[in-house]
Design a protein around this ligand. Structure first.
Ligand code: BTN
Length: 376
């Protein structure tokens, strides 16, 4: 399910930002879960590598024969290798938290279905979506967004998905980072190539929030997430998901968009500095959620929203209406927005037809183009 481009060209992203022939806009969420010091630059990890595809093939084989012990020889045949290599790979899987019983003499058996976002596990659940055939998985990566932007600049097709178990330089809006503990959350970036002008990309980012919301509700029907303009998903007033949408565009035409989604799924706690603002699904429901199920629901939902938006008449009005319906922030909320030293205070009055937040202030209604929206 992998295509032949190299995600380690992550440094190209900074070239894109400085290129005179390209415009990069960053349309992002409004708050992030961890502030970085301004001086701290986020640098990509140079040695990140896509997950060895043989690990996924072993997991799939063991899943297909879940009730029996599978011999090392059979596994070796499956991955065109030898038994000692199988042993080494099984040890790697164990190191990643997959419970595999057995050893070379007896064969191997999975003790439970691993909740890893491997293409071999997730791919079959995405049939019929644009994400079907392009899932890339990393056990550890700097940032899936950085990798996806680099891959997109090298021609990665629409629907390419980057998923990681762990990010060492997960990026939030601006100079913020994103807490990306190993296998606790969903760290996902998708490449889209919509035939849209850049002015429509905010609506797409809002649609991504709707997709996250729908996926969370589908997997946990008793949870009701709230959308905060433009890109936060909250539960009980705390952030369960952040979205970082970045694009490369000409003035009238988008070349590609990367929508990066971070969902706090099975975190049992957060670092002290995040405790007041971050929450995970596990903290809300008291039990673990399947990341595979949630990631599949998310990508399917995103696929639906995206197709809608691509229709000739577009779905802009539907997206704006549904966003407002599922948000306690869009209308009648006392807010303050701070951005680049300026501050706006007032009451929210809905979204304009491009998706920008309207705020009634003492000076009249102001259109908020970006910034961190906080309750007064
Ligand atoms: C925010 O709320 O500040 C946006 C957070 C976006 C985090 C996601 S995790 C997957 C993708 N890779 C990144 O480096 N960031 C996004």
């Amino acid at each position: 399910m992998s295509r032949g481009f190299s995600p380690q060209g992550a440094r190209l992203v900074s070239l894109c930002f400085s290129s005179h022939s390209r415009i990069i806009l960053v349309i992002t969420k409004t708050t992030t879960t961890r502030k970085t010091r301004l001086s701290r630059a986020i640098t990509p990890v140079p040695h990140e590598q896509a997950t060895d595809a043989r690990l996924g093939r072993i997991v799939r084989l063991l899943m297909e024969h879940a009730t029996v012990v599978v011999s090392g020889t059979k596994i070796a045949q499956e991955i065109s290798s030898n038994r000692s290599e199988v042993w080494r790979l099984i040890q790697q899987l164990r190191g990643l938290g997959v419970t595999v019983a057995g050893h070379p003499a007896t064969g191997y058996q999975l003790k439970s279905v691993p909740d890893l976002l491997l293409p071999e596990i997730l791919g079959p659940l995405l049939r019929g979506t644009i994400f079907d055939a392009h899932v890339h998985h990393f056990y550890k990566i700097g940032s899936t967004n950085t990798a996806a932007m680099a891959a997109a600049s090298q021609g990665a097709p629409e629907g390419t998905v980057f998923l990681a178990e762990e990010q060492t330089a997960g990026r939030g809006r601006g100079a913020n980072s994103w807490e990306s503990a190993r296998s606790a959350g969903i760290y996902c970036s998708v490449v889209l190539r919509p035939a849209l002008p850049p002015s429509d990309v905010l609506v797409m980012a809002l649609a991504a929030g709707l997709a996250v919301r729908a996926a969370i509700e589908q997997v946990n029907p008793r949870v009701t997430p709230d959308l905060k303009w433009p890109n936060d998903v909250l539960i009980d007033g705390k952030k369960v998901c952040g979205i970082l949408a970045e694009m490369n565009a000409e003035v009238t035409r988008v070349r590609y968009i990367v929508v990066g989604i971070g969902i706090n799924v099975n975190h049992s706690s957060f670092p002290k500095e995040l405790q007041d603002e971050a929450i995970s699904l596990r903290m809300v429901t008291g039990s673990e959620s399947s990341r595979v199920e949630l990631a599949a629901a998310l990508l399917k939902s995103l696929d639906q929203e995206y197709r809608l938006l691509a229709e000739p008449r577009g779905a802009r009005q539907s997206i704006l209406r549904r966003f407002a319906e599922h948000s306690t922030w869009v209308r009648g909320k006392q807010v303050r927005i701070e951005e680049n030293g300026s501050r706006v205070e007032g009451t929210t009055e809905g979204l304009d037809d491009r998706g920008f937040l309207q705020v009634r202030t003492a000076q009249g209604v102001q259109t908020i183009l970006s910034g961190t929206v906080r309750a007064q």
